[in-house]
Every structure is written in C-alpha cells, then in structure tokens.
Design a protein around this ligand. Sequence first.
Ligand SMILES: Cc1ncc(COP(=O)(O)O)c(C=O)c1O
Length: 419
Amino acid sequence: MRMGPAAGRPASLAECRRRDLADPLGPLVRRFRQPRAGIYLDGNSLGPPPRAAITAVRRALEAEWAGELVSGWNTADWIGLPARTAARIAPLIGARPDEVAVADSVSVNLFKLAAGALALRPDRRVLLAVEGDFPTDGYMLQGLAGLRPDLRIRKVAADRLAGALDGEVAVLVASHADYRTAALADLPGLSRRASEAGALTLWDLSHTAGLVPADLAAAGADMAVGCGYKYLNGGPGAPAFAFLARRHHEAFANPLPGWMGHAEPFAFAPGYAPAAGAARLMAGTPPILSLTALHAALEVYDGLDPADLLERSRQLADTFLARAGPALEAHGFTCVSPPGRGDRGGHLAFSHPHAYPVVQALIAAGVTGDFRAPDLMRLGFSPLTLTRAQAWEAAVRLERVMDSGAWRDPAFAERRRVT
Ligand SMILES: Cc1ncc(COP(=O)(O)O)c(C=O)c1O
C-alpha cells in the first residue's frame, strides 16, 4: 500500500477543491443531507440521508399513512413498493428486476437462500464459507446446520476457496468485499469455478452494492444478498435485497413461505403457491416506511454509470492517503486493505494497537469513522456523499489527533459505543 503523495493524487486542499468543481459527479453530494459539522467517513456502514428519502418518508407519513390509512396499500401502491424498489436495485447488481426481492434483513435472506439452495443440491452436504467473514453469515449457516445434522460447514481462508470447491460442496457462501479489509473476492472467477464443480454460489454484496458493480448475470452467480443501508443509503435498518437467478425460479422453494411471497396473497388460500420470480423470497408484510426511504434513496443512481462511482470512491481514498500517509506511518498504523486500488471496495482499514480510542478521538474531532475489533480503524469513501476536500480535511484532522496525543484522553478508552 502506497501511503502518501503519489502521481495522480492531489497535492493540496486547493487542488482537491479544483478537482471537486471539475468533477461531473461532484454535484451529487448536494442531494444528501450533510452532517451539520464534520466529515462522515462511515457511509460504508450507514449511508447518510438522501434529501429525496427525507421528503418521501415525510410524505408517506403525512399524506399516505395519516391521510389514506389502509387504503394506502392501493392508493399509494404500497403493495407494489417492494417490486418497484427491486427494479431500482437490479441494474446496480447486473440482475433483471424479476431476479431481485427486497425484504427482511441480509441475515434472514441469507438463511432463506442457503436453505433453498441446499434443497437444489440434495445429494451434497457441505456449505463452503470463508474464515473471518461477517459473523451473521456464519451464524445463519450454523443455524441451518442445527436443523440439518447431516450438513457440514467447511470454512477456509478466502484465498483457498477455489481449491476447496469439490464434489461435496452444495453452496459457496462468500462476501464480495471483506467487511474489515474491503478486499474484493474474484466473484466471476469463483462463480465459474463453483458452477464447474456443480456447486451453487451465494454472494453477500453488503459492502459492494451501489459501489462495485457485481454483474451477477454475466458472472453466472446463482444467488446473492445485500444491504439497503450502506452504500445504497436506504436508512437505518433498511430492508435488504435478495437475488435469485432466473434459471432457479421454478425449482426454488422459500423455506419461510409467508403470505407476501404467495402468488395471490389476498386470495387467502389455505395452500401455498409461490409468487413468480424472486418475489417468492418475500415472507411477511413489507416495512413501508423503511422501504419508502430506500426506494427514494435509489433515485440518485438514475443515469449514473456504476463504474464512474467506483472510480470516484477510489479517488477519494487516494486523496485521503496522499495527505494522511506520512502521519499514518509515523504513528504506527498499518493499512490492512489490499494495496492495489482495483482489489478493494470503498473503505480503507488500518490496524493500530490503540484503534478504539483513536477512532473515538477522531469522532470528537469531527470525523466519523468506525472501529472494528480487535484493532481496526475503518474509514469509508462513499462516492455519492463525499468530496475530495472532505477526504483531505479528514486526513488533516487525523494527523492533529495523533500529533497532539488527543486520543490518549482516558475518556476515549471507555467502550461506550455500539458501532
Ligand atoms: C457483510 C455483511 N453481511 C451482513 C450484514 C448484516 O446485515 P443485516 O443486519 O441486514 O442482517 C452486514 C452488516 O454490517 C455485513 O457487513
């Protein structure tokens, strides 16, 4: 990892400002409510609110819920909102609208897809997963194995996945980007390799959806899940999405077959008949207020090329590194994100023996990043919501926090925050 000034990286705040002004994507930041003070480098964990989402939720509360009451299911088309939201996510992940459902959380969707995938490979007993992947994914697989004592979970390091894909593996479950380091998996290569081995793929796109184009169809991926509240900016606890490739629609059975995944929920039929397409992945009543926010948030992607967004995020990270590099090195940080900008998603992670108090001191200095146990400082560079000038200023404030020793204040060592 090259930390510090380098060719192509801005060399001053003035240059950052000039580049921001010249950037055709620059005006996008104005579509987001910016923090009153400070710089937000945690859009990879919870995206800031798009102005459109704030307006849409207010309207949904006042005009739709208060105004229409139960009629809102029809007059405001609440019933169609999951499908309309799925249609906005589909192009961002290389899917067709009927291959995406918006429902529940990543955890729950992962469970539904993994269980359904196992049923598509009845003669195989192994779930292949990645050591150190986001814990909820592993917990869900353990829960599944608890219901199916014949199953085995095989966990290997991310770089050993290809070799572990043998004739026993039913499903490969892996993240597109590592939640700690942002290292990108070879999604197309592993999807191809899994398919050659007769296994299905279930990708967790939580740290890439809206940032790194996954192009699921081109990759031949089978299934995927992803977060609505990170780069997609759908708001705290926004519903997640689930992708199910069209070729599996007929055979796939949702293990949680609720009425909203029924072909005709309002027929109130005693027997279950799945809805067409990925909509069968739904279970219960959709959370309309949260969905309203997510649906409106996705408007910002209209007409944007996802590749441009990724490049912008990388330029923001480069800007931060250009200014922060010397201070990071002087104060004992080690970048654990991949050195090649093409090998990582949208955040940078640095290990430091005192990462927790450093992150708290940084937050107090007006730069919100996050801490991940045991010793990581994570800083996210969301392409829609940040400017290069902010990335530069964040580096200046980090340097100040470290040079002044502000992080040594005992108040910052107290573990009070949940994220
Ligand atoms: C990679 C990954 N998967 C899953 C989750 C959890 O998603 P949910 O809370 O929607 O179940 C997260 C949350 O940060 C995550 O980073």
